[in-house]
Design a binder for this molecule. Structure first.
Ligand SMILES: *[C@@H]1O[C@H](CO)[C@@H](O)[C@H](O)[C@H]1NC(C)=O
Ligand SMILES: *[C@@H]1O[C@H](CO)[C@@H](O)[C@H](O)[C@H]1NC(C)=O
Length: 602
């Protein structure tokens, strides 16, 4: 026998022995820990050292395999599976007894803790084979290393060194799929077998004693998740979905679809960027229907010049919200409560409406800071507050880009980034999905570089020339496939960082406008087109795009008020609020978005 012998030629006996070795390994380690144990609680401290609080394990292997404990601040807490079920250590949940293969173990082998290495010695009989080290190693899962010390005809001593790099144990999961129902109708089983109303699963607050009802809440696992797209139920103008998200609304031939391009900016509008916006949207650049090109501005509150926002709106651009505080803590957004999202987004809209005097109800879109979507909470708030669309969810770079969709049905692509917190439930909200851009410098060369959602996150773009290629390559990707809207999402500071970026963007816009099938439009204009899909040939007279065709009137004021303001919420800061409207008493902030002043016990 040579070292190249494959595992397929190993004797079944050997495989069996190795299998039992690993079953045995778990017991070895714990048995040592248990030495000298008197009562459960006396030993709890030792048992719980370095052990995560959400991990269930057994204290002994006697009995019917239903009892497990976990570590809590007040000692060990025991749960018992319902009769007929047993606790599966690897899955960390109760399961049908016949399916649980680890009743003879005290803890899952995935419970080896990272950074701790265990060494175990076992003698195994191998009566008829000579075992080569390479053969043994090829049988063992990666984190385990085996050293064969002695090769002999009869016995092999094996040292198992577990250099624990296993992932952290999983949280306890509810039992959502069982052959026979565990709970009465309308209820589902928690990880410990307790039955809880289905609606209480994934509602943001633990209802199971083991808290497992909040541990499987992704777009794929939430028991109350939105159903898959059903095109017979989901019809325009209010609902749009397709199985893989790439279908063109109205089944229009790709060649008859206008290539819409949405230029968007995130952040405060002020002296740092007003000139850039003037330069891009200079009033001289027209779409094929004779209306000027338009952009969408996701405005954050602090440092924003509301007189400038008012002027952008007057000139037909779309104003949307990007939060009130833009707090520099991604977790704040991912874990934000309903009230956080309400104060941040509805609050920011109120401020814009008041201080930019936008009274036409046109602020209906939002984007989450850091694109940290807030799950169902964010979208529940949006529905209640009549926000029509979100523009924060990203779709990873695919062969064919994705069209915007409504969230009545399940989103048609994986939750990619966004802190993993995409909405799982059904919401009456449009998702203006951000298709990642292909940033490969030489698209003919098929290296696998992940895409980027904001243009400035395409970190490999360093020169104007590279930026120019990025724009054209991605335009072609959309234009030559399903013509899903091409989103060009910027932070103004990136475009301002290099003159050549600005020049290339403007060159690209002008090149596109020389064609007859490309339109630079706002998010709302995209939705309007999707609601009434109209072929290129009829687009010159498309009324919904004519509404913002003309600028409205003159600038409201030539010299805005520069109100120096403070608020109790930002102690020690004096901020200037620029507005054509009257100065408020205080700088508008979370608890006081109108700046009228507030009382603590309101
Ligand atoms: C605020 O915006 C208005 C309108 O664009 C502009 O006239 C004014 O100079 C701006 N103020 C500051 C301080 O940027
Ligand atoms: C605010 O807008 C409304 C409606 O467009 C207008 O009637 C009113 O005069 C504006 N107020 C100010 C102070 O500009």
């Amino acid at each position: 026998m040579t070292a190249t012998t494959t595992t397929a030629t190993m004797s079944p006996k050997f495989l069996f022995l190795l299998g039992s070795l690993f079953l045995f390994a778990g017991i070895q380690v714990r048995a040592q820990d248990e030495e000298g144990a008197d009562g459960i609680d006396a030993n709890a401290e030792e048992l719980c050292q370095d052990r995560p609080g959400d991990e269930y394990f057994r204290l002994n292997v006697e009995g019917d395999c239903r009892d497990v404990v976990r570590c809590t601040k007040s000692g060990l807490k025991q749960i018992t599976c319902p009769s007929g079920l047993a606790f599966d250590l690897d899955k960390q949940t109760c399961d049908w007894k016949g399916k649980v293969t680890n009743c003879d173990k005290l803890e899952s082998k995935s419970m080896y803790r990272p950074g701790v290495s265990y060494e175990e010695h076992h003698l195994i009989d191998f009566p008829d084979d000579v075992i080569l080290r390479s053969e043994v190693e090829s049988l063992v899962p990666a984190p385990l290393t085996i050293f064969v010390h002695k090769l002999g005809e009869v016995k092999v001593e094996v040292t198992v060194v577990v250099d624990a790099k296993w992932p952290q144990p999983r949280k306890v999961l509810p039992i959502l799929r069982t052959d026979e129902p565990v709970c009465p109708e309308g209820k589902l089983s928690c990880g410990n077998g307790e039955c809880v109303d289905k609606e209480l699963f994934c509602n943001g607050k633990p209802d199971c004693k083991d808290e497992s009802d909040e541990n499987a809440c992704t777009v794929e696992t939430d028991p109350n998740r939105a159903p898959d797209c059903d095109p017979t139920q989901c019809v325009l103008p209010d609902c749009y979905c397709s199985a893989d998200g790439t279908r063109i609304p109205g089944n229009i031939e790709p060649t008859q679809v206008p290539q819409m391009i949405t230029i968007t900016f995130n952040g405060a509008v002020n002296v740092d960027n007003i000139d850039l916006y003037e330069e891009i949207f200079n009033g001289q650049r027209q779409n094929p229907n004779g209306c000027q090109i338009r952009g969408t501005f996701f405005v954050s509150h602090k440092y924003t010049n509301y007189s400038a926002v008012q002027d952008l709106h007057r000139r037909g651009h779309e104003i949307a919200v990007f939060s009130l505080t833009h707090k520099d803590d991604p977790q704040y957004w991912t874990q934000g409560t309903y009230d956080d999202w309400l104060a941040e987004m509805a609050g920011a809209r109120l401020i814009i409406e008041r201080f930019a005097n936008i009274t036409d109800g046109s602020i209906i879109g939002m984007r989450a800071p850091y694109l940290r979507v807030g799950g169902n909470k964010q979208f529940e708030m949006m529905a209640d507050q009549f926000f029509v669309y979100d523009a924060s969810i990203t779709a990873s770079l695919g062969r064919v880009p994705i069209w915007p969709y409504t969230l009545y049905f399940r989103m048609p692509h994986k939750c990619n980034g966004n802190g993993g917190n995409c909405p799982s439930r059904s919401h009456p909200v449009w998702e203006m999905v951000m298709n990642e851009l292909d940033r490969r410098d030489d698209p003919t060369f098929d290296e696998s570089l992940p895409g980027c959602h904001m243009v400035d996150s395409c970190s490999n773009i360093q020169t104007g020339e590279q930026f120019a290629r990025l724009l054209r390559h991605n335009f072609n990707r959309h234009f030559n496939s399903n013509r899903a809207p091409l989103g060009l999402h910027f932070h103004a500071s990136w475009l301002k960082s290099k003159k050549e970026y600005r020049e290339e963007l403007i060159k690209f816009i002008e090149e596109m406008l020389a064609r007859s099938d490309v339109y630079f439009v706002t998010m709302v204009q995209v939705i309007k087109w999707m609601q009434t899909p109209t072929e290129l040939s009829g687009l010159r007279d498309f009324q919904d795009w004519k509404e913002t065709c003309d600028e409205k009137g003159q600038p409201y004021c030539s010299l805005p008020n520069a109100c120096p303001l403070t608020t109790r919420e930002l102690p020690g800061e004096t901020l200037r609020l620029f507005t054509c409207m009257e100065c408020p008493n205080y700088y508008p902030w979370l608890l006081d978005p109108t700046g009228d002043g507030f009382t603590a016990n309101k």
